[in-house]
Design a protein around this ligand. Structure first.
Ligand code: SF4
Length: 463
């Protein structure tokens, strides 16, 4: 490659937004329902949404109630070559539809049932397609397993950074040492131990981490939400994500009362734990009936949200930020992100004083500039509420038929699916599928077929 060609390639790679990502963002924006085309909307402006794998390792060795997997999931053997083949195909397809640099979940089943080498290869495959992978786990594995994913045979790190989301709550049955926890408090020790493994990995091998704590919220553990936030926020979690239970997945594991768990009730408990109001409208992801997200930081035990829903200037700052930084800056070659940022600022220099004014407002909210801001720990609160499978089926039918639901519940499902922020790639159908549709409609058939393709071993020792 000549110097001129190299310079041209660098110029293209450091544009504020890649042309294919810009097109994908525009398509996402155009396909949003009008009610979600609001100034704070991230979909179609900053991101096309999160992505996830499906049908790659459906089996799990826990027995949670509820569980969003279909009843046949545990009849499918965990198979490394199958996993890697389908992760590759799905990620390639997602990259072709949505461009480079999105967050994607490596999710099944239980990811730690994969051999560590296969788990590492799946992460590498996702990264090679411009995905930032996050492995979804029940967290019941030891340091040796984690190290074997992260470090190769020569003791060299395979990755500079790892992201894991670990699910810990009393709806889960099967954790080593505490098969059936009686209270959320009993699990705090296990939550902390999980974080410590990653700290050790960083200390020994320099591999940094991002850890998300997931919790299914039911009427039985709703009152524990606030305590989990208060007791565990300093353990090392960078995100607390709450999923109010929904009637989706394995019917034999459903219980009564899920519909009483409205978003407001659950979010109110998260706010009680954070000790402050958690705004989610200045910057929103998809439909707020599906997702509520608050970005912020802990200063000691005090949580300070980055944005204030009641402050019009914060809304304005978000709009300016989307405008000034339209692309993403993740998973780039060294120096590319910095060059991108500089070009963005050069094109919209007014963003600099606007960010400074916002930082001043933030500092004021957090108690002033004299606070120890250098010790702040970035923490995000999320609530993701799946749609009941029956409503998903009816709403999805309308979307496929190009019609509009008239029933209130079904219309809500339809609108939420249209604004979905969590998508699976189906290269065979050439379709992007909302996770609610995947788990509520497609998983049962997919897992039945996989059970034939990948039957469980007949010997006593199985994975
Ligand atoms: S997966 Fe379902 S609940 Fe989640 S964002 Fe998509 S439509 Fe909403």
């Amino acid at each position: 490659m000549t110097i001129v060609q190299r310079l041209r390639a660098f110029e293209q790679r450091t544009r504020p937004v890649d042309p294919d990502a810009a097109q994908a963002l525009q398509r996402r924006w155009d396909s949003l329902p009008e009610r979600n085309q609001v100034p704070g909307q991230m979909l179609g402006r900053k991101t096309t949404g999160c992505e996830a794998t499906h049908g790659v390792f459906p089996k799990c060795n826990f027995a949670c109630k509820p569980c969003y997997h279909s009843a046949d999931a545990n009849k499918v053997r965990v198979d490394g070559p199958h996993t890697l083949e389908h992760v590759e195909r799905q990620m390639k397809y997602l990259a072709s539809q949505r461009g480079w640099g999105t967050y994607a979940q490596l999710i099944g089943g239980e990811v730690s049932l994969l051999e560590p080498g296969d788990h590492a290869a799946a992460i590498a495959t996702m990264r090679s397609h411009g995905r930032i992978p996050m492995s979804f786990t029940h967290g019941d594995f030891d340091y040796d397993y984690l190290r074997a994913i992260a470090v190769d045979e020569a003791g060299e790190p395979r990755f500079p950074h790892l992201s894991f989301a670990a699910h810990f709550d009393t709806t889960m049955v099967g954790r080593s040492g505490i098969k059936k926890p009686k209270s959320e408090q009993e699990l705090h020790h296990y939550r902390g131990r999980f974080c410590e493994m990653f700290e050790r990995l960083e200390a020994e091998h320099g591999i940094t981490h991002y850890l998300a704590h997931n919790m299914t919220v039911t009427p039985a553990n709703l009152d524990d939400v606030a305590d989990i936030v208060q007791s565990c926020h300093a353990q090392g979690w960078r995100m607390f994500s709450f999923q109010p239970a929904a009637y989706i997945g394995n019917e034999s594991r459903w219980a009564d009362g899920y519909r009483e768990l409205t978003s407001d009730i659950v979010w109110g408990e998260v706010e009680r734990g954070a000790g402050t109001t958690l705004g989610y409208q200045a910057m929103q992801v998809g439909d707020t009936r599906c997702n509520r997200v608050t970005w912020g930081a802990y200063l000691g035990d005090r949580y300070v949200p980055l944005l204030d829903d009641d402050e019009p200037l914060d809304h304005q700052m978000v709009a300016s930020w989307y405008d000034a930084f339209p692309g993403n800056f993740i998973l780039r070659e060294r120096g590319e992100s910095a060059a991108r940022l500089l070009r963005c600022v050069a094109e919209k220099p007014a963003i600099v004083p606007e960010i400074a004014r916002w930082a001043h407002r933030l500092a004021k909210r957090g108690g002033g500039v004299r606070q120890p801001w250098w010790q702040a720990t970035a923490t995000t609160f999320v609530m993701h509420q799946f749609i009941d499978a029956a409503d998903t089926a009816a709403g999805w039918e309308h979307i496929q038929a190009g019609t509009r639901a008239t029933n209130e519940r079904v219309l809500e499902a339809q609108e939420r699916l249209e604004a979905c922020a969590y998508t699976m790639g189906h290269p065979d159908r050439d379709q992007l599928i909302p996770a609610c549709v995947q788990h509520g409609i497609l998983d049962p058939l997919e897992n039945r077929e996989l059970a034939t393709l990948l039957p469980l071993p007949t010997s006593k020792r199985s994975n």
